[in-house]
Design a protein around this ligand. Structure first.
Ligand code: NDP
Ligand code: 3PG
Length: 497
């Protein structure tokens, strides 16, 4: 690890990164490791432990035991530890961002922002937790027909137990802490299963929590391929809640998981509706930022543009001018467009592009690919029979569908099996509200591209895009349940009565 000696503890002598259990960094008994392939070089960059089912069982046992005493730790102390972890995380922005660059080809500046955003999220969560969890309800019985004032009900929010967190590759640090911090402030323990691409960045982040001094067992991190240990984890009887972000895997998990609360943030096909009166410069820059930042590998990326025919030529021209200015290359150089995460993702994107070509879409740029690197591509005149009209490429390729009225745009958006976010560009706020109300998505942005943040805003999808709602406050609430204590009086008692 060289200069980053604080992280030496997390890697074994054979350069395989350890997993974290019982407050210690450990080597798996499996004797096996899982490779993390650098998307840019397409060579193995890191190795992580392939944890066994027996090790998962032990992690669950210690998480369960640790949670009991963690829940008895005063709320202000839990918050204090989270603030400490946030500070340590931000202090180690550079080595963690370097891992993100190598593991998931995130442009260098965005990688650093992900770490800072994560530290801020942890601190905000600590602040919000002491407020949200510090309050309960007091109810009296005589508000319900037939009752005298003989019962006082006190409610408070109590932890669920062990929360299983499974984030995706595109934000392995940020979408991990967005689950870890609310779980911990609410008095739960957490078992993290990071994405394989991104696992080493996540292990570095977990070490920051270790350095902050969290009690052993309160946080654990097991590594291994989701396809191998995923089912064992999600169906484990020791798990009391699952918070998952990713693709269709989430739908499969929701069918297999037991009777426990689920928070699922899955895919999206976020539509961008452009009306005739839209500010086309604003729309074009939002489309480029929304559709192509991190090479389109965001669930909230603009994934289909639905533009009124009368302004379509002008909009497409403006978008193309901006696309021509994007830099394409390695994440180390902080290029705008960097290699997509795996070769199979690149192949999938290419299949969508070839399908559109075969069916007659207009290519605004020549299709170009080298390894996992795909040049930004706008496909105009996309029709309903093309796969790209409906499927999410999770890459730097964006379809444009020309529409003749707003209803057509709304109809296309609502015909999708996804419903994460959408956006509408118009100067007419009344139309914007009507369209927003008609769009079947968890969020609609007016005159801006879809986005999850700021991280305290509610964030949710409908249909195949998810279950429940995220955002700091919603996540804290979701990771608790209500406990009532009812005081029964011998006779009706009215205050001051
Ligand atoms: N709505 C949202 O907020 C987001 C949605 N996404 C969606 O996710 C997809 C791409 O992300 P990607 O990371 O590849 O998604 P995946 O669903 O493939 O993986 C997400 C996580 O699930 C794990 N996993 C895989 N199989 C299982 C299993 N059987 N049981 C439990 N966990 C499992 C993965 O581990 P491993 O890496 O080891 O396989 C990873 O940690 C896109 O479709 C995108 O739309 C992505 C980001 C955010
Ligand atoms: O998972 C995702 O892709 C994110 O939740 C999107 O977050 P962003 O809008 O901040 O990029």
């Amino acid at each position: 690890m060289g200069e980053n000696s604080v992280f030496d503890a997390i890697v074994a002598g054979d350069d395989v990164f350890k997993y974290y259990a019982d407050g210690e960094w450990k080597v798996s008994n499996s004797g096996k490791s899982v490779p993390v392939v650098n998307p840019t070089t397409r060579k193995i960059q890191f190795l992580v432990q392939a944890c066994t089912q027996e090790e998962v069982n032990k992690v669950m046992e210690s998480a369960k035991a640790a949670q009991k005493s963690w829940a008895k730790t005063p709320l202000w102390k839990r918050a204090e530890l989270l603030h400490k972890a946030a500070a340590i995380l931000k202090d180690h922005k550079k080595p963690i961002a370097d891992c993100l660059v190598k593991e998931i080809a995130k442009p260098a500046k965005d990688a650093a922002s992900e770490v800072v955003r994560s530290g801020d999220l942890v601190s905000y969560c600590a602040e919000e937790g002491v407020r949200v969890l510090g309050e309960g309800k007091f109810l009296v019985s005589d508000s319900f027909p037939g009752n005298e004032r003989t019962k006082y009900c006190l409610t408070s929010k109590i932890p669920l137990g062990v929360v299983l967190a499974i984030p995706p590759f595109n934000y392995p640090v940020n979408l991990a802490v967005s689950k870890i911090a609310p779980a911990l402030i609410a008095g739960n323990s957490i078992v993290l299963k990071p994405p394989t691409q991104g696992a080493v960045s996540a292990l570095h982040m977990v070490h920051c929590f270790h350095l902050a001094g969290f009690p052993k067992g309160v946080i654990s991190c097991v590594t291994g391929k989701g396809s191998e240990i995923g089912d064992f984890l999600t169906m484990h009887p020791g798990v009391n809640c699952i918070s998952f972000t990713g693709g269709d895997t989430g739908i499969a998990i929701s069918k297999k998981a037991g009777m426990i609360p689920l928070q699922m943030e899955l895919g999206g096909k976020d539509a961008c509706i452009i009306l005739e009166d839209a500010d086309l410069d604003l729309a074009a820059s939002s489309i480029v930022k929304g559709g192509f930042s991190y090479s389109g590998q965001r669930c909230t990326a603009v994934k289909v543009v639905l533009v009124m025919e009368s302004v379509a030529d002008t909009l497409v021209k403006k978008v193309n001018e901006k696309l021509a200015k994007l830099t394409v290359g390695p994440p180390e150089n902080d290029c705008d467009i960097t290699p997509v995460v795996t070769e199979s993702s690149a192949n999938f994107i290419e299949d969508l592009v070839m399908d559109a070509k075969k069916k007659g879409a207009t290519f605004c740029q020549e299709y170009k690919r080298e390894g996992n690197l795909i040049w930004p591509l706008l496909l105009d005149n996309v029709k309903q029979d093309m796969r790209i009209a409906w499927e999410e490429p999770f890459g730097p390729v964006l379809p444009v569908i020309r529409i003749s009225n707003a209803e057509e745009g709304i109809h296309h958006c609502n015909a999708s099996n996804f419903g994460l976010q959408g956006c509408v560009f118009t100067k007419d706020i009344n139309k914007a509200i009507l369209i927003s109300d008609a769009m079947e998505t968890g969020t609609v942005q007016i005159n801006s591209a879809p986005a999850r943040g700021p991280d305290h805003f509610p964030f949710q999808g409908v249909k195949d895009s998810g279950i429940g709602s995220q955002g700091v406050t919603n996540s804290i609430n979701m990771m608790t349940k209500i406990k009532s204590t009812v005081i029964n009086l011998p006779a009706p008692s009215y205050a001051m009565g």
